[in-house]
Every structure is written in structure tokens, then in C-alpha cells.
Design a protein around this ligand. Sequence first.
Ligand code: RUB
Length: 301
Amino acid sequence: MVKEVKKIMHHIKTLKIQGARRVAAATAKALVLSIKKSKAKTKEEILREIEHASQNLLSLRPTEPMARNTLRFFFAKLEHGRDVEEIKKLAEETMKIYDKQFTDAFLKITEYGSELIWDGQTILTHCHSTTVNSILVRASKKKKIKVYCTETRPLYQGHKTAKELASAKVDVTMIVDSAVKYIMKDVDLVMVGADAIATDGSLYNKIGTSTIATVANDMKIPFYSATQIYKFDPLTKFGKMTEIEMRDPKEVLPKPIKGLKVINPAFDVTLPQYIRAYITEIGIIPPQNVMTAVEKYLSNQ
Ligand code: RUB
């Protein structure tokens, strides 16, 4: 395997590269790199290699339909290449198209999300979402806002959120995950990212998200998820549940205790009734309408 690809894979697995968008972008980069360096002689051979590389990349973070949709997007273009050279050229061209779509969508979500936040509001977020951070930074440039972020056990992605927001001069305060209920009385809206959206409008996001949504719902605080529609998981259309990634228990308890079991689910599911709306590049969509909106959008592409 190409050295750079191995390195990207290691970074995805160990969460040095984390968050659905970054994982999807790194997946695309790794795929294109391995195509570029391929020594395959025939179209069949290179397509087999692409399939193999895709399976390897997808196995790293199973709760990432954005990465899966990204690979599907590439494959749909690459399979039309007539030979190895053409497939290599198509891979580079597809990367440019993908990058542009990716950036355009991100900018639109940033704009729509920041419009949802009013002057003087306090927002609670969880984990590290590049999308939510971008919204919060943009909102803070025009309005006076305050942000609470959870530290996000076990791997503390909330520290990354806090660092980024603080360096962008956003008024940010960190809390432990279990302080969410305590702090909710001071919060005007909750905004989190997304790893996957299912057909029924359910949200898959960092473990703890559904607890936050339940507390927000109890206290009548609106709960939003900012997401590119590329995070929609098409497999859920056929009744398959998005797989929840289980991670190494050592992330929770580095030194095992004899006789003690530890489980470490990375994500959980928030049901649609807890979600006010998804903030997407095609607008602010209530969870009940997300499936129709995604299908309409994709059929026009
Ligand atoms: C990250 C996480 C983020 C989403 C969205 O989990 O739950 O909220 O991935 O991020 P992990 P983005 O740290 O386990 O990858 O908006 O950047 O796609």
C-alpha cells in the first residue's frame, strides 16, 4: 500500500483526522492517491484495486455514510474510464468537482446556520464539528454570542472545539459532559454536527448527543444539527440501521481492571422528535421532510 495512504488511514483510525467532513475529504484524498500510484495494467485490475481500497477506507469508521457517499460519487465517474490512464485522469478531475461541491455546501450551511442565531444568544455544542464551528465563528462576527462546549469524553474532541473558537475570539466556556443538564437553563439553542442522517430523520452523532437532545427537549430548548446532505445514509431506505462504531475500551479506561467490562460506543441516535431542524446546504429542513428534500435534490443533480 502507498505510504501516504497508510498514513491517512492511521490518522483516520486514531482520530487525528476526525469529524465526518474531514474523514470524507481524507477518504477521497487517499483514494485518489492510491489510484495515481497504481501500477495496474488493465481497467479491470485498477477497478478491483479501487474497490479494495474503498473497503479498507470504509472499515476505519463505520458510522460515516459521508465517506461512503463520497466513494460512490468517485466510483460512478471512474467506471466510465476506458483504460488505466483515463481512470487516473478522471480521478483528478473528480477530485476538483468534489472539492468545489464540498466547499460550496459548507459555505451555504455556514451562512444559513449563522442566520439562525440571534444577537445575545447562548449556544451549546458537543464534540468537534467543523460545520458548527464555522457557523459559530461567522455568527460571532456579527452578533454577541456565548458558547458552551462539552469536553466530550473519552477522547476530548471538545478541547479542539474550544481551542478553535477561543482563537477566533468567540466567548466560549467548556463543561464536562455531565454538566449539560446544569447548564441548559442558560442555553437558547443547541447546535451539533452530524455523522449520519437516516430516512426517518434520525441523527447519528457523537455519543452523548441524544442525552443532550433529551435534556433540551425537556427544557423546551431548540435542538439543531448542521449537516451536508451527503451525510444521508441511503442504506437506511431499505430498513438497514446505520452501524454504530464501537471503539477500543482503552480509550475509556487505559489500564484494564480485572473483572471489569467497559464498552465504548462512539455514536448514538437522536430520534426526529427531538430535532427542530437540520441546517443543510439546501435550507433548514425539519427531520420529517429530510428524506423528500434529499431525494428531490439528488434527482436534480
Ligand atoms: C465527530 C462528530 C461530529 C460530526 C460532524 O465524531 O460527532 O459532530 O462528525 O462533524 P468523531 P463535521 O470525533 O468521532 O469523528 O461537521 O466536521 O462533519
